[in-house]
Design a protein around this ligand. Structure first.
Ligand code: 1QQ
Length: 400
């Protein structure tokens, strides 16, 4: 279903914000509209569901704090689907119809490369909660991210695999060639493997995010007798690949990238997810005080521990909330025209230092996140395969 951006814009202004275009919420109303553009349908919804939980906890948490001088944040949440066209439509609707002050989203890097240029051109700050491919903040002055890039997260995990099994020598790599993040991440994994004096990259297998059967690639790989298999893909394909590797007899370590860093792969590979190592920018066991607060707020609402995608989405809203709080000390927000508020907010975002569930973060002038700690988790499934968790294996400090 293809709709023109203008149709979507009109629809967004009338139907989604519940009022006509002329009455669309202005920044003068008490609640400041913050756009949330995440995948609630399609293959990336496995991440989007966790992200939505994170932003909902954040909305309550920061509105209760009263930190924005009596103002509140009102999240304008829209489903981008999992493709580029959906993200582009939602960005246009949020910017022109809902007149948001900024945007949290989209879910996939693959979508960001199409949607972010629209926000950049309109002068609307975007804080990406989960885009980890190379080149995201480089899209423009208004684009930043709280999701650390693949180049800082992935190599740590290779090292952790070697600590668990120092005898690893032969490494096989799988990646989904139709996804921007997966292509970016596999490059980093492959480089780390090639440059490691003890490791040999024995094969690189290409898959698609829509694939459900990996038998041909698995058979080709297992004949090469790898001791470690490294996977860059999204949740559904990644989960199925893990399951089929085990079903076809592979017993060595499996290391997954950001795409399998979600509890939503558990129903896909069930008991066979057990033992998979995952490179993480967040682990719920992080002892930082802000994470303890977040974990408690999250557990009170959802009766479970938050995953990385929830924590990063919370953090993206926090970056807006904290920046607005600082800005409201210096300026009367109601007196700023929307374009000026968006601009001032973007500058404030880049200047800040934030105590978040991810630990302390700040941004480079380019909008790249600087984060101190990274994690390696290992999936631990219950015997019946019905539930599981990411057990913290390693917390690594990154040198500034
Ligand atoms: C990206 C990713 C995905 C796995 C996150 C949803 O890291 O697209 O950049």
């Amino acid at each position: 279903m293809v709709k023109s951006p203008w149709f979507m814009l009109a629809l967004g202004a009338i139907a989604l914000s519940g009022c006509t275009a002329t009455e669309s919420p202005s920044v003068n109303s008490n609640a400041l509209p913050l756009g949330v553009a995440l995948a609630q349908t399609g293959n990336a919804a496995l991440y989007g569901q966790e992200q939505l939980q994170g932003v909902r906890v954040a909305e309550e948490f920061f509105n209760q704090s009263g930190q924005i001088k009596g103002r509140t944040l009102r999240l304008v949440i829209q489903d981008t689907g999992s493709d580029e066209a959906g993200a582009v439509n939602v960005f246009q609707t949020l910017i022109n119809g809902d007149r948001v002050i900024g945007i949290v989203g989209p879910t996939l890097s693959q979508q960001a490369f199409s949607a972010d240029p629209i926000a950049e051109q309109a002068g609307v700050p975007v804080v990406a909660p989960s885009n980890t491919a190379r080149g995201i903040p480089e899209m423009g002055a208004f684009i930043s991210r709280v999701s650390a890039g693949v180049e800082v997260v992935a190599p740590t995990a290779i090292q952790a695999a070697l600590e668990i099994n120092p005898n690893i020598r032969r490494v096989a790599v799988f990646f989904a060639q139709d996804d921007a993040f997966s292509r970016s991440e596999t490059e980093i994994f492959q480089k780390a493997i090639r440059e490691h004096p003890k490791l040999e990259l024995v094969t690189v297998q290409q898959t698609q995010t829509t694939d459900t059967n990996f038998q041909a690639q698995i058979n080709a790989t297992l004949s090469l007798k790898p001791d470690l298999i490294v996977i860059s893909g999204l949740a559904a394909d990644g989960g199925n690949l893990i399951r089929q590797l085990r079903e076809l007899g592979y017993q060595g370590l499996i290391l997954g990238g950001n795409g399998v860093n979600t509890v939503n792969i558990f129903p896909v590979c069930r008991r066979l997810c057990n033992g998979v190592l995952v490179a993480q920018a967040y682990n719920s066991e992080n002892p930082d005080p802000m994470n303890v607060k977040f974990r408690n707020a999250f557990a009170a609402k959802y009766s479970q521990a938050p995953s990385q995608f929830s924590a990063q989405a919370f953090t993206a809203v926090q970056v807006f909330a904290d920046s607005l709080a600082r800005l409201s000390q210096a300026k009367n927000l109601s007196e700023l025209p929307l374009a000026d508020l968006r601009q001032a907010l973007n500058q404030e975002i880049l200047k800040g230092v934030y105590e978040t569930p991810l630990g302390e973060i700040r941004f480079t002038p380019q909008g790249e996140v600087l984060q101190r700690f990274f994690y390696v988790g290992q999936i631990e499934m219950s015997d019946d395969g019905q539930s599981g968790k990411f057990r913290l294996v390693k917390r690594v400090e990154r040198q500034p």
